[in-house]
Write a protein that binds this ligand. Structure first.
Ligand code: ADP
Ligand code: MG
Length: 698
C-alpha cells in the first residue's frame, strides 16, 4: 500500500493581513495580571499565549468601543483568555455576566472546563456553561458563561435586551453558523438600546473589514445633555499575531478512492517513519471516524509491531465527557496519540502536541435547495481556507507536517476559496420562527450579515403557514405558534408534540422527539453491520423507525438502564442516557405548555398520525413498478431512497414520511415511518392543495 508524498512548498498563512481602517497596537507585555490564583504553572502558561501581549489593548478597546473585532490564529488564547481578562478588569462586577458564545456544544463544554481549571474554580460556579438541555450555571455566582449561539438566541425570548450581560463575545464568527449570523443581526439592534453593552467578535480568520462594515452605524449617537458620552460606535479591529511554526505540506500524487482507508494507511505510515508527535486526522462524522478506528484496531491485532504505542481517540459532537477528557489529556511518554476528529478541531478546540495532520479534504455540510425544498447533510469538499486552518493545527508546538489526501492540482483548481455562510445553504424554518418569536416581523428587511435567498425565505413562510404556526399575516398563531417557538427543537418536531396532545399519544411522541434529538441510538462501525442488523431486528416495528425507537426505549427502561443490555443489543448507552434526560426535560416543557402527558398504549396509528402532522412536508411515495425501492417526494417529485440503516430498508411501504435526508451516491431518507396518504391532506390541506388529484390518485 504505497503512498507517494510530494513535499509542497506552501507555508500556511494563518492570519490574513489587515490593511486600511485598522487600528494597530504595538504589543506590550501587560503588567497587571497578578498571580493570585496560586496556580503558578497555569499562570505561566497563560502568559505565554499570544493574546497575553494584547491584554491591555483588548481591555482598552472594549472599554472605548461598542464593538471590537479580534482576529487571531487558533490556539492564540482568544476563547479561554479574553473572558478572564474581562472578569479581571471588572466586567463581571455587580452581578453582571460575561457571555462567550460558540457554534458547537462540545466546544462550549471543553473550553468552559478549561477556563474553570485555569481559574481554580468548580465548573458551574464562577465559570459555567449552558447548551440545549444542559445548564451548568449558578445564577448569582456565575461570572463567565459559555453557551452556544443558539442558546443565547433562546435567552432573548425571555430577556430581549440580554440585560444580565455586560459583554457578549461572539466567538468563532468565521464559521458563519446560522445562529451566529442571526445573533449578530440582533446584537446590532440591541446595541442601539443598550450603550453599556459591549460586543466582541472573535475568529480565526475573518473578513474583518466586512464584519466591521456591518457594525458601522452611519448615525453617530449623540450625547444627551447631562449624559456621559458612551463608547465609540465605530468598531475596533485587533489582529493578534500568531506564532505558528512552519508546516510542510504533502499532497497525494493520485486522487484517493476511499479517504477513510487512505487516512488509516497514512497514520500507519507516519507512525512507521516519523519521529514521535501526535497525529490529528480530519474525517467527516461519527460514522467514518468509528470506521477508521475499527480499521486501525484491526491492524493492531494483526500487525502488532506496526501499531504498537498508538492511542486512538475519536472526537465528535455528542462524545461523552469522559472521552472528551482523554483527547485533551497529555500523551504518555513513548506513546503517540491519534485523534480522529470532525472539523470541530479545525478552529473550535486546541489540541496540544499535534505535529502531524492528515486532512481528508471533506467535511459534512448542510445544503438546501429551496426549489425542491430539500435540505440534506452532504459529505462535501472543504474550502481552501479550511484546508489552511487544518494544516495550521500541526504547527502549534514545533514545525509540523500536513498530509493532504487530495492532489495539489485539486487544491489549487477545484477547491473554493471560502465556505458559504450556513444561512445561504439552510432551510430557514427555525430561523424564521425564532425571529418571529422575538417580534421581528419584517424578516426580509432584517439586517443580515449575509442575506438568505428570498426563495428559501418564502419556502419557510409557506411551511410554517401550513404547520399552523404562522397566520395569514405571517404572525405567530396563538397558542400553537407561540408554543412551538417555546420548545427548543426543530419546529416540525415541536408541531408533532403539539399534535400528540390532541391524538392522546404524547408519552410516545416525547420519546420519539428525544431520540430524534440525539445523533444515533445505534453503535456503528465497519464490520459489525451484520450484528447490528440482527440486533435491530429484535426491536424492528413494521410501522417504521419511530415505533422501533419506542421498543428500544422500553427495553432500555426494562433492563434498568443497563449498559450491558445496550452492549448486547448494539445500542449506544450514552445516547440512551441522553434520551432519558432530554425526554424528562421535554416532559416538563410539555406540561408547562398545558400538554397532557398521556399514553396511547398499543395504538400506533395515532403515533403515525402525530408524526405526519409534523413531517407532512417530507412525504414520499414509492414509485409504481420500482424494483430498486425508488421513492419520489410528493412535493417536487425528487428521487429518494430509504437509508440502509432504516428498519424499512427493503420493506418499502407505499407511503412514508422521513425525518431527514443524507446524501452520498443517492439521497437517502433517515428515520422513516409508513403513513396513510389521506393523513397528509388532513394534516396540511393548504400544503397539498395543488397536488390533490395527481399525487394521491392510485
Ligand atoms: P483560541 O480561542 O485563540 O483558538 P484557546 O483560548 O482555545 O485559543 O486556547 C489557548 C490555549 O489554551 C491553547 O493553545 C492551549 O494551550 C490551551 N488550552 C485550551 N484548551 C485546553 C484544554 N482543554 N486542555 C489543555 N489546554 C488547553
Ligand atoms: Mg477559540
Amino acid at each position: 500500500m504505497a503512498q507517494f508524498w510530494k513535499p509542497g512548498t506552501e507555508k500556511p498563512r494563518l492570519v490574513d493581513d489587515e490593511e486600511g481602517g485598522v487600528l494597530f497596537f504595538s504589543a506590550s507585555a501587560s503588567s497587571s495580571s497578578s498571580s493570585r490564583f496560586g496556580y503558578a504553572s497555569i499562570e505561566k502558561q497563560r502568559q505565554r499565549l499570544p493574546v497575553y501581549k494584547y491584554r491591555t489593548a483588548i481591555l482598552y478597546l472594549v472599554e472605548n468601543h461598542a464593538t471590537t473585532i479580534i482576529v487571531g490564529e487558533t490556539g492564540s488564547g482568544k476563547t479561554t483568555q479574553i473572558p478572564q481578562y474581562l472578569k479581571e478588569a471588572g466586567w463581571a462586577e455587580g452581578g453582571r455576566v460575561i457571555a462567550c458564545t460558540q457554534p458547537r456544544r462540545l466546544a462550549v463544554q471543553a473550553v468552559s472546563a478549561r477556563v474553570a481549571e485555569e481559574m481554580g474554580v468548580t465548573l458551574g460556579e464562577e465559570v459555567g456553561y449552558t447548551i440545549r438541555f444542559e445548564d451548568l450555571t449558578n445564577s448569582g455566582t456565575t461570572m463567565i458563561k459559555f453557551l452556544t449561539d443558539g442558546v443565547l438566541l433562546r435567552e432573548m425570548m425571555d430577556d430581549p435586551l440580554l440585560t444580565k450581560y455586560s459583554v457578549v463575545m461572539v466567538d468563532e464568527a468565521h464559521e458563519r453558523s446560522i445562529s451566529t449570523d442571526i445573533l449578530l443581526g440582533l446584537l446590532k439592534k440591541i446595541q442601539r438600546r443598550r450603550p453599556d453593552l459591549r460586543l466582541i467578535i472573535s475568529s480565526a480568520t475573518i473578513e474583518a473589514k466586512s464584519m466591521s462594515a456591518f457594525f458601522q452605524t452611519s448615525k453617530r449617537r449623540r450625547a444627551l445633555e447631562g449624559e456621559e458620552l458612551g463608547p465609540r460606535m465605530d468598531p475596533a479591529i485587533l489582529s493578534v499575531e500568531g506564532r505558528g511554526f512552519h508546516v510542510q505540506i504533502h499532497f497525494v500524487e493520485e486522487p484517493v478512492q476511499d479517504y477513510v482507508q487512505a487516512a488509516v494507511s497514512t497514520v500507519l505510515l507516519i507512525h512507521d517513519q516519523e519521529p514521535m508527535g501526535d497525529i490529528l486526522v480530519f474525517l467527516t462524522g461519527q460514522d467514518d471516524i468509528d470506521a477508521a478506528i475499527h480499521l486501525l484496531n484491526e491492524e493492531a491485532q494483526t500487525n502488532r509491531k506496526h501499531s504498537s504505542g498508538l492511542i486512538l481517540l475519536p472526537l465528535y459532537s455528542g462524545l461523552p465527557r469522559a472521552e472528551q477528557e482523554l483527547v485533551f489529556s497529555p500523551t504518555p511518554r513513548g506513546k503517540r496519540k491519534v485523534v480522529i476528529s470532525t472539523n470541530i478541531a479545525e478552529t473550535s478546540l486546541t489540541l496540544e502536541g499535534i505535529v502531524y495532520l492528515v486532512d481528508s479534504g471533506f467535511s459534512k455540510q448542510k445544503f438546501y435547495n429551496p426549489i425542491s425544498d430539500i435540505e440534506n447533510l452532504v459529505v462535501a469538499p472543504i474550502s481552501k481556507a479550511s484546508a489552511r486552518q487544518r494544516a495550521g493545527r500541526a504547527g502549534r508546538v514545533r514545525p509540523g507536517k500536513c498530509y493532504r489526501l487530495y492532489t495539489e492540482e485539486y487544491f489549487s483548481k477545484e477547491m473554493s476559496a471560502e465556505g458559504i455562510p450556513e444561512m445561504q445553504r439552510s432551510n430557514l424554518v427555525s430561523c424564521v420562527i425564532q425571529l418571529k418569536a422575538l417580534g421581528i416581523d419584517n424578516i426580509l428587511g432584517f439586517d443580515w450579515p449575509a442575506s438568505p435567498s428570498p426563495e428559501a425565505m418564502i419556502r419557510a413562510l409557506e411551511i410554517l403557514y401550513s404547520l399552523g404556526i404562522l397566520d395569514d399575516d405571517a404572525k405567530l398563531t396563538s397558542p400553537a405558534g407561540f408554543q412551538v417557538a417555546e420548545i427548543p427543537l426543530e419546529p416540525m418536531i415541536s408541531k408533532m408534540i403539539l399534535s400528540s396532545n390532541e391524538l392522546g399519544c404524547s408519552e410516545e411522541i416525547l420519546t420519539i422527539a428525544a431520540v430524534l434529538s440525539v445523533q444515533s441510538i445505534w453503535v456503528y462501525g465497519r464490520g459489525v453491520h451484520r450484528e447490528l442488523d440482527e440486533a435491530k431486528l429484535r426491536f424492528a416495528a413494521a410501522e417504521g423507525d419511530h415505533v422501533t425507537f419506542l421498543n428500544v426505549y422500553k427495553g432500555f427502561l426494562q433492563s434498568g438502564k443497563s449498559s450491558q443490555w445496550c452492549h448486547k443489543n448494539h445500542v449506544n448507552y450514552h445516547a440512551m442516557k441522553k434520551v432519558v434526560e432530554i425526554r424528562e426535560q421535554l416532559r416538563r416543557i410539555a406540561q408547562r405548555l398545558g400538554i397532557v402527558v398521556k399514553s396511547c398504549e398499543r395504538d400506533m396509528q395515532v403515533v403515525r398520525k402525530a408524526v405526519t402532522a409534523g413531517f407532512f412536508a417530507n412525504a414520499c411515495r414509492l414509485e409504481a413498478f420500482s424494483h430498486s425501492g425508488m421513492y419520489k417526494t410528493v412535493r417536487g417529485s425528487h428521487e429518494v431512497y430509504i437509508h440502509p440503516s432504516s428498519v424499512l430498508f427493503r420493506v418499502n411501504p407505499k407511503w412514508v414520511v422521513y425525518h431527514s435526508l443524507v446524501s452520498t451516491d443517492r439521497q437517502y431518507m433517515r428515520n422513516v415511518i409508513s403513513i396513510d396518504p389521506s393523513w397528509l391532506i388532513e394534516a396540511a390541506p393548504h400544503f397539498y392543495q395543488h397536488h390533490g388529484q395527481n399525487s394521491f390518485g392510485k
